[in-house]
Design a protein around this ligand. Structure first.
Ligand SMILES: Cc1cc2nc3c(=O)[nH]c(=O)nc-3n(C[C@H](O)[C@H](O)[C@H](O)COP(=O)(O)OP(=O)(O)OC[C@H]3O[C@@H](n4cnc5c(N)ncnc54)[C@H](O)[C@@H]3O)c2cc1C
Length: 421
């Protein structure tokens, strides 16, 4: 008899959820985890607070994964919705609360509570978790057979009737995710979309950008254009200048599109520093400033609107002296200043790569599996879930929700398949 009916590879968010569901469905489940602990990324997430899901409705949440991602995730996000996930964690002793940008955190503010609760319910449901057990090779059942063979790094060979791959992507490799899953998928002849770093800070070697390290904008709209000026994507979210470039939700949300363009991306990134004020109003404000007594400086326009340290670079971008009185501004200079505020060019040379990336875009092509079960079309009883799939969403708890929802369906389907249903 095969000792384990279902083997889950990887004890992250997707793997633990899959193991829980498979065990609750009556299967004998073993989770093998490469590192000495479960849920390392849960522990590190959201600044150790764990933004575990979103307040968005399933349909709106799915829409944030691009056209293909939306189509694929619509079902999984209904099957285990953000609301249902919050309800489950609440029942497991981890009530959640909402935060700006549609984020959801545990009330305790401790990522550890999320990880511990998930691990506790998973093992309580009967799943065994074996640590320091990296999977090395995976072999599909021989002709006519139904037993999967899993070879671990220490030489041990495990067998199971179903396999759920949940080994994550390549980002943050120091946490154990080094892209091992891609090799197994390729070995089985499954199609991969080229992996690339996403949700990663952007690199800029411009001195003025680096000199602004520590300056943040709570509301800023970024526009990413190709070298031909075609709009690629627009995103209105906070931004942070760092000593290496740009970080925060806005730049990080765009990073996957930039890393998709290769090592030396030719992009044109622009920032609308005052997205709530249109050009016309800015021009009117400048004109009324010019009419005020005492010849106030043009820079007075920005008082209270922009961080002080950003004013100099804005003036430099439109080649205006910072002490120029508003009354002395020519029409062309007024136009240049307004454009600098609404379309400030931000020079970027790429991303900081997998080392700093919160997720990996690309992975198993979505056409290779059934979104109702996460079972691959070509290999019965091979299920894939979480970040190993060609799915990546923006910052805001969406990536954990995708991991939990796809893991949930994979676990449930694996148990049903074992039970012959
Ligand atoms: C710093 C940081 C902060 C983040 N913050 C958030 C956030 O607040 N909200 C959010 O939604 N998302 C966040 N993310 C993204 C989120 O962590 C991932 O989307 C999510 O962890 C993916 O889950 P997963 O289970 O698919 O993969 P992972 O969590 O990466 O789990 C994969 C598991 O498989 C194991 N493994 C790998 N190879 C093998 C092998 N050969 N054999 C056995 N086991 C193996 C790994 O050790 C790991 O435990 C963050 C990511 C990082 C790095």
């Amino acid at each position: 008899m095969v000792a384990h009916e279902v083997i889950v590879v990887g004890a992250g968010a997707a793997g633990l959820m899959a193991a829980l569901e498979a065990a609750l469905g009556g299967a004998r489940v073993l989770v093998i985890e490469k590192t000495p602990r479960a849920g390392t990324k849960i522990l590190a997430s959201g600044g150790t607070r764990c933004n575990l899901t979103t307040t968005l409705e399933p349909r709106l949440a799915a829409r944030l994964f691009g056209k293909q991602g939306e189509r694929f995730l619509r079902g999984p996000f209904q099957a285990l919705s953000p609301q249902a996930l919050r309800q489950s964690f609440s029942e497991w002793g981890v009530p959640t609360m909402t935060a700006p940008l549609e984020k959801v955190f545990p009330v305790s503010g401790r990522a550890r509570d999320v990880r511990d609760a998930l691990l506790r319910v998973t093992t309580a449901a009967g799943a065994e978790v074996r640590y320091d057990t990296p999977l090395q090779n995976l072999a599909a059942p021989e002709d006519g057979g139904s037993t999967w063979t899993l070879q671990c790094a220490d030489g041990e060979v495990l067998e199971s009737k179903a396999v759920i791959l949940a080994s994550g992507g390549k980002s943050y490799p120091r946490t154990g995710t080094t892209g091992d899953g891609y090799g197994w998928l390729q070995g089985l002849g499954l199609p991969l979309t080229q992996p690339r770093p996403s949700l990663v800070p952007l690199r800029s070697s411009a001195k003025w950008v680096q000199d602004l390290a520590g300056v943040s904008l709570q509301d800023c709209e970024l526009l990413l254009q190709g070298a031909d000026g075609q709009q690629i994507v627009r995103r209105r979210r906070p931004m942070l200048f760092t000593h290496r470039g740009l970080s925060g939700p806005g730049p990080m949300d765009l990073s996957g599109r930039i890393s998709a363009m290769g090592e030396n991306p030719q992009v044109d990134l622009r920032a609308d520093l005052l997205p709530d004020i249109d050009r016309e109003s800015l021009r009117d404000e400048l004109l009324s400033l010019a009419a005020q007594p005492g010849r106030p400086s043009t820079a007075k326009l920005l008082k209270g609107k922009l961080p002080k340290r950003l004013v100099g670079p804005v003036f430099a971008a439109c080649q205006l002296p910072i002490d120029l009185p508003a009354a002395a501004l020519s029409r062309a200079q007024r136009h240049a200043l307004v454009e600098a505020l609404k379309r400030l060019p931000l020079p970027v040379g790429g991303t900081l790569g997998y080392d700093q990336a919160e997720v990996t875009a690309g992975g198993l092509s979505l056409s290779a599996l059934d979104s109702r079960t996460m079972q691959t079309h070509d290999h019965p009883n091979l299920f894939v879930c979480g970040e190993l799939l060609d799915l990546d969403g923006p910052i805001g708890g969406l990536n954990f929700q995708a991991a939990f929802s796809t893991g949930f369906l994979a676990g449930r389907a694996a148990a049903l398949s074992i039970a012959g249903k």
